[in-house]
Design a binder for this molecule. Structure first.
Ligand SMILES: C[S@@+](CC[C@H](N)C(=O)[O-])C[C@H]1O[C@@H](n2cnc3c(N)ncnc32)[C@H](O)[C@@H]1O
Length: 359
């Protein structure tokens, strides 16, 4: 596809997602205020300058996403992942679920699960209705609605944020394999794990970037793993091995993986669990291996966005977020043993890259 057509298509595709998300937020807020006039969410409005700055950051991440595709870090076609068919199959359910969400906020009930859901065996910190999602991460419907809700939350940039892990992952692996073309390295030599893989979107992007690598995903939610399996089976390519398990206790031997990623999860873990997961990650990664985290920006990254960060756990049930935005993950990574830690910030997301020492 010629460059200008790609750019135009990309712009149109992204703008359509942004308008869709903004329209949804506007209409659902109006409806909530109409149906539940007493339900007050204690958020503070953002100034016009901050909204403009956010828009600028959105434009930047969208441009970077296309630029990385055009540079060949990943195939350009993954930027145009067809989400509309999926959106329209589940969008009515988002609306149908909304009254239940509003009830939950009004009654301050954030740890409710339908009687048919077996909550045995999960850590307590996990048994939450994160984002006020009905049944937390434990139902099929939650898994069906999750990606749609996240795209709306991030104004259509969630996948662009996930893809920001691909360049540092690839670069780290190239370092480990002394500049070899990592796209061609055999699966016996290149294993990549996505921790808390959820519905598999990050794995899908990693597979497109490293088509020969042996991929693994682990998550606590059986229904999210089922959804991931479905997503990853839709296209040709080796199926990643998906395991149900706790990231605090990874079921892999020492030094097994050359690359590990973890997207949008640390903010949903209590501080001690964050440390435990980092230590487990360190255990299973090979010396010289690369670890890339993507999560929310933190309070000290963009002082202008602090209000937006403070609004987030008011609008979405996020019990560990307040602690997370002040946490020092660089220090935690070092404590776990990682070295050469670097960070980047893109729009509402932050990235940590660390290596296991090979000396
Ligand atoms: C916000 S979602 C992120 C999912 C996915 N990485 C993404 O990019 O959308 C958090 C995920 O972490 C999983 N999770 C939370 N705590 C976990 C733990 N201790 N071990 C494994 N998975 C966990 C949840 O089941 C959920 O799928």
């Amino acid at each position: 596809m010629p460059n200008t057509i790609t750019k135009f298509t990309h712009q149109t595709f992204q703008q359509s997602k942004i308008y869709f998300a903004l329209a949804h937020k506007e209409i659902s807020t109006k409806l909530r205020k109409f149906i539940y006039p007493n339900l007050k969410l204690n958020t503070k409005p953002l100034s016009a300058e901050i909204i403009q700055k956010m828009q600028q950051r959105i434009d930047e991440i969208i441009q970077k996403d296309l630029a990385d595709g055009e540079k060949g870090i990943y195939p350009v076609n993954i930027i145009f992942d067809n989400i509309w068919a999926y959106f329209f199959s589940y969008y009515p359910n988002v609306w149908l679920d909304m009254p239940r969400v509003w009830e939950k906020i009004q009654q301050k009930k954030y740890q409710e699960f339908s009687p048919e859901i077996d909550t045995q065996g999960y850590p307590n910190y996990y048994l939450q209705n994160f984002h006020y999602q009905t049944d937390g991460y434990l139902s099929e419907m939650s898994a069906n609605l999750y990606d749609l809700q996240v795209e709306i939350l991030f104004n259509g940039t969630a996948d662009a944020m996930r893809r920001r892990i691909l360049a540092p992952l690839k670069m780290g692996l190239e370092k480990l394999f002394s500049g070899q073309n990592v796209e061609a390295i055999a699966p016996q030599k290149l294993r990549v794990l996505d921790i808390a893989c959820g519905t598999g979107r990050t794995l899908k992007f990693i597979r497109a970037t490293l088509p020969k690598a042996a991929l693994y995903g682990i998550d606590l939610s059986p229904n999210y793993l089922k959804k991931a399996n479905k997503l990853l089976s839709e296209e040709l390519g080796e199926l990643p091995q998906l395991l149900q398990g706790n990231a605090e206790n990874l079921p892999f031997r020492e030094n097994y993986f050359q690359g590990i990623t973890c997207v949008f999860t640390f903010h949903e873990l209590p501080p001690m669990v964050r440390q435990k997961v980092l230590e487990e990650t360190f255990r299973v990664i090979q010396p010289g291996g690369v670890f890339v985290i993507c999560d929310s920006i933190q309070a000290y990254d963009e002082p202008d966005f602090v209000q937006m960060l403070e609004n987030f756990p008011v609008m979405f049930h996020e019990p560990y977020y307040k602690n997370y935005i002040m946490d020092n993950l660089e220090e935690r990574l070092e404590k776990a043993g990682f070295i050469n830690i670097a960070t980047e910030v893109h729009f509402a997301s932050k990235y940590w890259v660390g290596y296991k020492p090979d000396y």
